[in-house]
Design a protein around this ligand. Structure first.
Ligand SMILES: [Cu+2]
Length: 150
């Protein structure tokens, strides 16, 4: 059981290394690739209230396995989350796994290709910590937390 999980995780890391090697090999004589982090969306993770009263926040993901930021806090009510995939290579998604928060959140982004951005809107009432993940890369640590304040 544990061995199988370790093997799968190892496979993911090897794949990541191959992709990285491919990127490095492909950059030729142009002086090197631009690090993905330099494309961070301005204001990522800052929760603002839109003119329609809905709380808004933008998260980013890229060719590593993280959400930037991986934590944000909202008040109970309507929330609009936009996820920007700044990756050149990796397709991600965004979902709240069932049982990982005080109440279920059914809204998700099933597929987010490189260069895409998508927005979902949902309501939360129950205070607490809601885990969100990219289900493709959960085992590589692509997880985060939305806190609903009390
Ligand atoms: Cu992912």
């Amino acid at each position: 059981m544990t061995g199988e999980r370790n093997r799968r995780r190892g496979g993911g890391l090897v794949l990541g290394a191959v992709l990285t090697a491919g990127l490095l090999a492909g950059c030729g004589g142009d002086g090197g690739a631009t690090p993905p982090a330099s494309t961070t969306v301005a204001g990522a993770g800052t929760v603002t209230t839109a003119s329609d009263g809905v709380q808004e926040v933008t998260l980013q993901t890229q060719d590593d396995y993280v959400f930037t930021p991986d934590h944000f806090t909202v008040a109970p009510g309507k929330v609009r989350v936009t996820v920007v995939n700044a990756a050149k290579q990796l397709t991600h998604n965004f979902t709240f796994p069932s049982g990982k928060g005080p109440a279920p959140i059914a809204e998700d982004i099933p597929l987010l290709a490189p260069g895409e951005k998508r927005t979902i809107e949902f309501s939360v009432e129950q205070p607490g910590d809601y885990q969100f993940v990219c289900s493709f890369h959960t085992q590589l640590g692509q997880v985060g937390t939305m806190t609903v304040s009390g």
